[in-house]
Ligand binder design. Structure first.
Ligand code: SF4
Ligand code: MG
Length: 328
């Protein structure tokens, strides 16, 4: 396997008025070319912060990487020289954000923004860059690309704007795309279309894709592997279909049980009780224990490491076996 990104034991802290927020506490994951890793978690789980540390955009509010490595094809982006980091993050890695309207420049036509990528990074002439911009817009299936290339971001629908962001990300043919809640702001039918497009392009270009989401419903069809995060830690990793079939962590179990299902129409939807902890006061022992239906005394005192559950599967639960058995 051609491993592109290998995040090892990453730690990130934020200085806040309430003290030090431990946003990422020893996260490790890797993505290979042609694979899609879904990183799943509620807001505040550290899934976005991890990605921001990878991209070097951890700055509002001031966040610090306090440990770990971010290896891109074996090169640690945290310690590499400025020049090299900029090169990799500028061209080999690309990021897609939830809110295209604030990620795109509102006073530039989308064509000019796309063309600029080719002019700046590839030294293309204005005319060639323009032609490339139209081709890209076609590629992400924006109807009448030739005319719409002269429109401004606000003139597009949310779904079309998200396609333009995908086009921007694709422009330099990166090795890896990190998409942070790329469809969350869209309505359900458009969500599926944009997700399908992203998955299709990922396959076609044999890119790695990290799909960050809070929505377990959107990952089933597109992801190969999944990492579930909670309170700045990975609590479970698995090939996505195995996780659906039999989760090995009570938190994942709760997330699965909260997905509306057609075959249980009318049945009351499960909701995990309580809220995720404040990152300035993460509970001792298992951080999930205050919300866990399975919690025992040991959970309140001993922090569970990531246990190897099966090849390619880990769970940070003292009772992963029972959890797994329950699902079978
Ligand atoms: Fe629940 Fe204990 Fe497992 Fe944590 S370690 S998820 S509290 S059973
Ligand atoms: Mg986020």
């Amino acid at each position: 396997q051609d491993v592109l990104l290998d995040v090892r034991d990453l730690h990130v802290e934020f200085r806040t008025r309430d003290g030090v927020a431990k946003a990422v506490n020893g996260v490790s994951y890797s993505v290979a070319a042609g694979r899609t890793l879904a990183v799943l978690g509620e807001s505040g789980s550290g899934k976005s912060v991890t990605a921001q540390a990878v991209m070097g955009i951890l700055d509002s509010p001031p966040g610090f990487v306090t440990g770990g490595q971010v290896l891109f094809r074996g090169k640690d982006l945290l310690t590499a020289g400025e020049e090299e980091r900029r090169k990799i993050r500028g061209a080999r890695l690309a990021m897609i954000f939830q809110d295209a309207l604030s990620a795109l420049n509102p006073v530039m036509t989308v064509g000019a923004q796309l063309a600029e990528m080719y002019e700046v990074h590839r030294g293309a002439t204005r005319k060639d860059a323009r032609a490339q911009a139209v081709r890209l817009m076609d590629r992400v299936r924006i109807p009448a690309a030739k005319e719409r290339v002269n429109d401004y971001p606000h003139q597009f629908s949310g779904g079309m704007r998200q396609r333009i962001m995908i086009a921007m990300a694709l422009a330099l043919e990166p090795d890896l795309i990190i998409a942070d809640e790329p469809t969350t702001a869209l309505d359900v039918t458009v969500q599926a279309q944009v997700m399908d497009l992203l998955a299709e392009l990922q396959r076609e270009f044999t890119m790695g894709l990290i799909l960050i989401t809070h929505d377990l419903g959107v990952v089933a069809d597109v992801a190969d592997d999944i990492a579930v995060m909670y309170a700045g830690r990975i609590v479970e990793t698995a090939p996505v279909h195995e996780l659906y079939r039999a989760p090995a962590h009570p938190y994942t179990r709760g997330l699965l049980d909260s997905i509306p299902r057609l075959d249980r129409k009318g049945a009351e939807l499960y909701a995990i009780k309580g809220l995720p902890p404040s990152l300035t006061a993460i509970p001792a022992g298992c951080p999930f224990h205050p919300r866990c239906p399975r919690a025992q005394d040991v959970c309140r005192t001993d922090r569970p490491p990531l246990f190897a559950v099966a090849p390619g599967r880990t769970s940070a639960c003292h009772f992963w076996k029972d959890t797994l058995d329950d699902a079978r």
